[in-house]
Design a protein around this ligand. Structure first.
Ligand code: NAD
Ligand code: LMR
Length: 329
């Protein structure tokens, strides 16, 4: 029996991340090797990006992906999100050198007001939305608040790139393959304040703090390296991360779509656990229980250092929420 295709709307289809992301979705890396997809691509209604999106679509055609059941191109979010099962909100302005992600709030926040409404009015009932466009936690909160028909739990923001970055930093320090690093969770905002919780992580089954046994490095080098990695990539490339961001979104959605015992980091509407203010979108540990459905893992211990770090990233999320209070519907 054939499986019906999933409708996957992707914004910013002509952008850097879009170019790395779309072939991987069409190849089955996001939803699995037996799941056909229909790509519904959105770009701004401007000649250059529209033309570039057509070029991206031509290349997707030229790949002859067996799982790509159809593809539609749009300049109107209402059409792009029509009956969508997943909306991947990538399209927005990236930061340049010397900027923080929160500096993008004014320009990008408005995009997520309109797109939240368009998802609400047009997407499928069970639609899930993943936000990548920065600052992604707060943009996700804006979109979810505009989409009253859909449960807020269906809106998640991506901190998987931070989780992947942190895992590699620990593995390299310990001199082991990255697969040895487990239970590494990102708490809070996708910004330098995030807390990459090395204290509950394991390396080769042992606490990471024992395997590495260098508290100064963990606190003073590891955390800032992970927190400022996005800026370091911009400094090196002159452009923000794209291949690694697309890869992280593949992991984020894959692990939300396919249930397993795996614990992973996503930013979700806070229920107040781990000291986060209720209603901000904070990264916490989750486990996927059914396609697109997760439970937050409660009760992981935090010592005073962990609590302090979580308080700092929470304060930033609360302050971003105040900045966009007029966008919350
Ligand atoms: P880019 O400039 O290369 O591409 C963005 C594309 O989005 C452009 O083609 C633009 O025309 C399009 N766009 C802008 N507004 C749109 C709208 N309203 N609707 C549809 N399309 C729209 O940028 P990029 O490098 O692909 O990055 C995209 C976003 O992702 C940025 O905000 C960046 O900061 C963010 N990002 C987040 C993470 C993360 O970990 N959460 C990682 C990397 C990048
Ligand atoms: C990243 O973490 O690489 C992205 O959020 C892009 C950025 O602005 O840092």
């Amino acid at each position: 029996m054939s499986t019906s295709p999933l409708r996957v709307a992707v914004t910013g289809a002509a952008g850097q991340i879009g170019y790395s992301l779309l072939p991987r979705i069409a190849a089955g890396e996001m939803f699995g090797p037996d799941q056909p997809v229909i790509l519904q691509l959105l770009e701004i209604p401007v000649e250059g990006p529209q033309k570039a999106m057509k070029g991206v679509a031509m290349e997707l055609d030229d790949c002859a992906f067996p799982l790509l059941a159809d593809m539609t191109l749009h300049d109107d979010p209402n059409a792009a999100f029509g009956d969508a099962d997943w909306c991947l909100l990538v399209g927005s302005k990236p930061r340049g050198p010397g900027m923080e992600r929160a500096d993008l709030l004014k320009d990008n926040g408005a995009i997520f007001v309109g797109q939240g409404k368009a998802i609400d009015e047009n997407a499928a009932d069970g639609c899930r939305t993943a936000v990548v466009g920065n600052p992604c936690n707060t943009n996700c909160m804006i979109a979810a608040n505009q989409a009253k028909r859909l449960p807020a739990e269906n809106f998640t923001a991506m901190t998987r790139l931070d989780q992947n970055r942190a895992a590699t930093q620990l593995a390299q320090k310990a001199g082991v393959p990255v697969t040895e690093v487990e239970n590494l969770i990102i708490y809070g905002n996708h910004s330098p304040t995030m807390f990459a919780d090395f204290q509950n992580a394991t390396i080769g089954g042992k606490p990471a703090t024992e395997a590495i046994n260098d508290e100064a490095w963990l606190k003073q080098e590891f955390l800032p390296t992970v927190g400022k990695r996005g800026a370091a990539i911009i400094e090196a490339r002159g452009l923000s991360s794209a291949g690694s961001a697309a890869n992280a979104l593949i992991g984020h959605v894959h692990d939300l779509h396919i249930p397993s015992d795996k614990v992973h980091s996503i930013a979700v509407k806070s229920d107040g656990s781990y000291g986060f203010a209720e209603g901000v979108w904070a990264s916490v540990p989750v486990r996927t229980t059914a396609p697109g459905t997760y439970e937050v893992i409660h009760g992981l211990e935090q010592n005073d250092f962990g609590k302090e770090r979580i308080a700092i990233t929470n304060d930033e999320l609360v302050s971003e929420r105040e900045t966009v209070s007029d966008m919350l519907g």
